[in-house]
Write a protein that binds this ligand. Structure first.
Ligand code: SF4
Ligand code: SF4
Length: 417
């Protein structure tokens, strides 16, 4: 095993291949606070890539209700239990080591590469057929709550900072990991990570359908095609990334699931990396800003060790221990920062879903004060700044304001749009 540096866990770790990084990395940020579970993203992906025979059960993009939902069923709970069994009471973080190269401190437990048994590359499991059968089981199911009266609402369950009864929507697709477990486990070397954008692909000609990638991927995102007997996975809509879709006339475009998001929770692009593979700080790329400057977006289960590249703004109302287990120890500060946003963060959050073209950088023009108030005991001022999105060549794609315009329907046309 080679030693590679994983900045999300703040330390070196074992990985079967030597460290190498792409020029840019396919990255997305999902704001879980805004998702309405409409599944438009799931349908956009399904109707583009997985509508053929043998793909019936496949949802490369899915949205599950946590804590009970999961596709395949209990994928995360099963792996967390295996990790715990392999290294009892060891999955802890040391926050004292927080620094430039380890923004969340150091993970002292074992990753799925380090916890692998003899003759195994990765600690994993192969889901049973029935575990794929119910992709949205437990949708909208909350944790137990005490009723107020006979048919009342949850007793004390609606107060921030943490609701007593809760659930939230988790949007999931392949994380196009920096250290993919699928790639590590493939005996055919059929999986590769593209140098230009970090997209992880399965070479359909080399794959023989051994399903070692399905067993190894902690997020369970490679899927076996029962018709072709070859394994498939999310391809990050790479023809769109390459500007092959006629809509943007040769310019890089976001994936189908991102572009279709009704809740406007998703922003995807190509992040800038430093020579060690960490997202740069001094960039005007909105993804670099949200992840490594504003630090409001976090990786999903960083302790697994694959350095996933889909990041989440955690749901504000969920009990903190659950969030720390799911998004690492950065969850507490991320929520604090999202709850008390800076002027720049408010502006950058307006970039979500205003265009399908990939935003490579942004600029902000300061605007007048819109209003002042107090939020959770702290003074807060909102400015109507203008945020401008630029393409790779520095050309403006669009500009938008912090304050949304108010349209008043004329009295004589109350029944018309
Ligand atoms: S999420 Fe799974 S399938 Fe995707 S790159 Fe990571 S390990 Fe591979
Ligand atoms: S389209 Fe957006 S809002 Fe709807 S389920 Fe998907 S991520 Fe959530």
């Amino acid at each position: 095993m080679a030693k590679v540096f994983n900045w999300q866990i703040g330390r070196e770790m074992d990985y079967p291949y030597a460290e190498a990084h792409p020029k840019k990395q396919f990255v997305a940020v999902f704001n879980t606070n805004r998702c309405i579970a409409c599944q438009t993203c799931s349908m956009a992906c399904k109707s583009t890539w997985t509508y053929s025979p043998g793909q019936e059960y496949m949802w490369w993009n899915n949205v599950e209700s946590k804590p009970y939902g999961g596709y395949p069923r209990n994928w995360d709970v099963q792996l967390l239990a295996k990790l715990e069994k392999a290294n009892p009471n060891g999955q802890k973080w040391d926050p004292k080591t927080k620094g430039k190269k380890s923004p969340f401190g150091t993970y002292e437990g074992k990753t799925i590469f380090e916890a692998a048994g003899r003759n195994e590359k990765v600690l994993g499991y192969l889901p049973k057929d029935k575990e794929w059968a119910t992709p949205n089981l437990y949708e909208d199911t909350s944790t137990k709550y005490e009723r107020e009266g006979k048919i009342g609402l949850a007793k004390g369950g609606v107060q921030l900072p943490e609701h007593k009864a809760w659930f939230f929507y988790l949007q999931r697709l392949c994380n196009h990991c920096t250290y993919p477990a699928c790639l590590a486990a493939c005996p055919r070397k059929a999986i590769y990570k593209r140098k230009e954008d970090g997209v992880v692909l399965i070479d359909q000609k080399r794959c023989r359908g051994y399903r070692k990638c399905m067993e190894a991927c902690p997020y369970k995102k490679p899927m076996y095609n029962t018709d072709t007997r070859i394994t498939e996975k999310c391809i990050a809509c790479y023809p769109r990334l390459e500007g092959k879709d006629p809509l943007t006339k040769g310019k890089p475009m976001e994936t189908r699931c991102m572009g279709a998001c009704v809740g406007q929770i998703r922003l995807q692009g190509l992040a800038e990396l430093d020579k060690d593979g960490q997202l740069t700080k001094n960039s005007k790329n909105p993804l670099n800003y949200l992840i490594n400057v504003a630090k409001v977006a976090l990786p999903l289960y960083p302790q697994f060790g694959t350095e996933p590249n889909i990041y989440y703004i955690p749901p504000r109302w969920v009990p903190r221990p659950y969030l720390v287990q799911m998004f690492g120890p950065g969850a507490l500060e991320a929520i604090e920062r999202y709850n008390n946003p800076t002027r720049e963060l408010i502006a950058v959050l307006q970039l979500f879903r205003r265009s399908q073209e990939i935003i490579f950088s942004y600029g902000i023009e300061k605007g007048p004060k819109a209003f002042e108030t107090t939020i959770r005991g702290k003074p807060f001022t909102l400015y109507n700044d203008t945020v401008i999105a630029y393409d790779e060549g520095g050309q403006e794609i669009f500009r938008t304001n912090v304050e949304e315009p108010i349209y008043v329907r004329p009295k004589d046309r109350t029944n018309a749009v």
